[in-house]
Write a protein that binds this ligand. Structure first.
Ligand code: G6Q
Length: 574
């Protein structure tokens, strides 16, 4: 166990309600510390050997997702204490507060209602006298009409041709969710619509893309909650100029630009007709917003009915999370095991390993969800957390990882807990390949858990005819300690409903962890800082001397740019 307290004296006092005891002072936390010490020498493989019912007990399923968590370094008493920790930390109360529309995002004074975005039409959730579900349903209806018109070819470009390419310009929460989902659900895509995502402000991706597009058949979605984000507005302006350069008249903008935002004035100022704007609300955090009109690219790709299925899957997971006892509750179980790994087993990272190419953007999406939400060292009440919070989330498709960094997972010095994610249903013509991918996933989880003991490794080398001297030399390198934790999640299929449930599962996992750690998973002051600082550097890059105070290293880098940055003629590269 390694609790590294954040220095409390650096945390400013805040005028907040009386803090609950810090997480590390909770009785269950203290008991878990003792558990952890007692379990130090125990191996998961021995737990399996001693307990034939382990796998049967340590799995659960809901909403088309099966979770096997038996390959974690926990026994029954540890699990019971983890559930106790969730109770002592107030998970049930905070969960009720979130679903009830209370302003649980205290630092921003906002409710947190992404769950309202997927409530069925006709249900009610009153916040400050306003039925938010009615508002949500109204925007959903506009998304339905618009996406249907584009898909049917009824919405046409300025010269009367149907739209063939949709470019979503957005970043962070206004990019990662819809992009991940569009990749995952490509099998359901409209055949004549291509979706593109532009987030990087360096211009390269947009430049390369524009060269392949026909302005008369391209639709841009400018997606920005605030509509003040420099990267997005810069790219949107480039796209606007490109379109005007070809179409010639401002009137064309209305056929080729729509916006998704909460900021009507800024959208109008940019020159997008607010009749072509899809709104959402300040109670939706950027990284929780793919269920809102931010999901427009996905609705365009898969159609409004399938988008509804995504929402229905997420709603089913909401109900599961809200109503299921902790012991069978998928998000609660995943959250608590994550805390155990980070804070008691000292695992600084968490690998996400999907064994389905469609999920290749899932790690990037979860990276933001988890690290932006819980990557904090101060609790909601302004006090230092006193333990580790969000691990580094990383990964890509598992099969590629196996040929790259899994070496470290098997024999590195620190444990890397893994979420293996597999999909059961697959197209008949891909059966042979699917079996191979699935076998690899299961084998990796097994190998990480079991490892390979010296006797096994030696026997293998004997059988291969290696001389004893060589065996002795190689043995230390061919032993695997094992005892490395993982979860395996199996999706019945990768369809809108199950994807919705999967994403909601991780959202609630993040929420539960935030509650236990006592942080606010719904603000992002670190992101705001980056936005501010870039503005000051940019000012100085355009001058001969700095007007803002910087450290010597930053000043030298800015100076190097002033002296060294050159422009080239793209024709030179042709
Ligand atoms: C998400 C974050 C951040 C945000 C982007 C884009 O929770 O706040 O990733 O989504 O900075 O912000 P806009 O949507 O306002 O452009």
């Amino acid at each position: 166990m390694a609790a590294h307290p954040v220095t409390a004296d650096r945390v400013p006092a805040m005028n907040q309600p009386a803090p609950r005891p810090s997480t590390t002072q909770l009785p269950a936390w203290q008991a878990l510390l003792a558990c952890c010490e007692a379990a130090a020498g125990r191996h998961i493989a021995d737990e399996f050997a001693a307990d034939p019912g382990r796998a049967e007990r340590m799995h659960t399923e809901a909403c088309g997702i099966f979770l096997d968590y038996a390959k974690n370094r926990v026994d029954a008493p540890t699990l019971a204490l983890l559930f106790q920790l969730a109770r002592e930390a107030g998970v049930a109360e905070q969960r009720a507060a979130m679903f009830g529309g209370e302003r649980i995002n205290r630092t921003e004074g906002r409710a947190v209602l992404h769950v309202a975005l997927r409530m069925p039409a006709g249900s009610t959730l009153m916040v400050d006298g306003d039925d938010v579900v009615a508002d949500v349903t109204a925007v959903r209806e506009r998304v339905r009409r618009f996406s249907t018109a584009v898909r049917k070819g009824e919405w046409r470009g300025h010269d009367g041709r149907r739209i063939t390419d949709v470019v979503n310009i957005g970043i962070g929460g206004s990019d990662l969710g819809p992009q991940m989902a569009c990749e995952a659900l490509r099998d359901f895509a409209h055949r004549e619509l291509r979706l593109h995502f532009i987030s990087n402000v360096d211009g390269i991706a947009l430049d390369r893309l524009l060269g392949t597009l026909d302005p008369g058949t391209t639709l841009f979605i400018v997606a920005s909650k605030t509509f003040t984000t420099q990267e997005t507005l810069t790219n949107a302006n480039v796209a606007r100029r490109w379109l005007l350069g070809h179409a010639g008249s401002e009137a064309a903008i209305a056929r080729h630009f729509v916006a998704v935002s909460t900021n009507t004035e800024a959208v109008a100022r940019f020159g997008i007709d607010t009749a072509n704007m899809f709104g959402f609300w300040d109670w939706v955090g950027g990284r929780y917003s793919m269920w809102s009109a931010i999901g427009l690219p996905l609705a365009l790709q898969i159609g409004a009915e399938r988008f509804d299925e995504l929402l229905a899957g997420a709603h089913a997971m909401d109900v599961h999370f809200r109503d299921t006892p902790f012991e069978h509750n998928l998000p609660v179980i995943l959250a608590l095991l994550g805390i155990w790994n980070v804070d008691f087993l000292d695992a600084p990272t968490q690998l996400i390993a999907p064994y389905h190419q469609g999920l290749h953007r899932l790690p990037a999406y979860l990276q933001q969800l988890d690290m932006e939400s819980n990557g904090k060292s101060v609790r909601s009440d302004g006090h230092a957390v006193g333990c580790h919070t969000s691990p580094v989330i990383w990964g890509e498709t598992g099969i590629n990882g196996q040929h790259a960094y899994f070496q470290m997972l098997h024999q590195g010095t620190r444990p890397v807990p893994v979420d293996f994610i597999g999909v059961l249903e697959h197209p008949a013509h891909l059966h042979a390949q699917h079996r191979i991918a699935f076998a690899n996933m299961v084998a990796q989880a097994e190998a990480l858990m079991r490892g390979k003991r010296a006797a096994e490794a030696a026997a293998e080398m004997h059988a291969a005819g290696l001389p004893q001297e060589r065996i002795d030399a190689l043995l230390p390198h061919r032993v695997f300690a094992g005892n490395r934790p993982s979860n395996t999640l199996l999706l019945d299929r990768l369809d809108p409903r199950t994807l919705g449930a999967l994403i909601a599962l991780y959202e609630h996992r993040t929420f539960v962890q935030g509650v236990v750690w006592g942080v606010n998973p719904f603000d992002q002051w670190g992101v705001e800082l980056g936005k501010q600082l870039a503005g000051r550097v940019l000012e100085d890059m355009d001058r001969s001397t700095d007007i803002n105070a910087h450290d010597a290293s930053t000043t030298a880098l800015i100076d190097r740019y002033r002296r060294g940055a050159r422009t080239t003629d793209p024709a030179q590269h042709a």
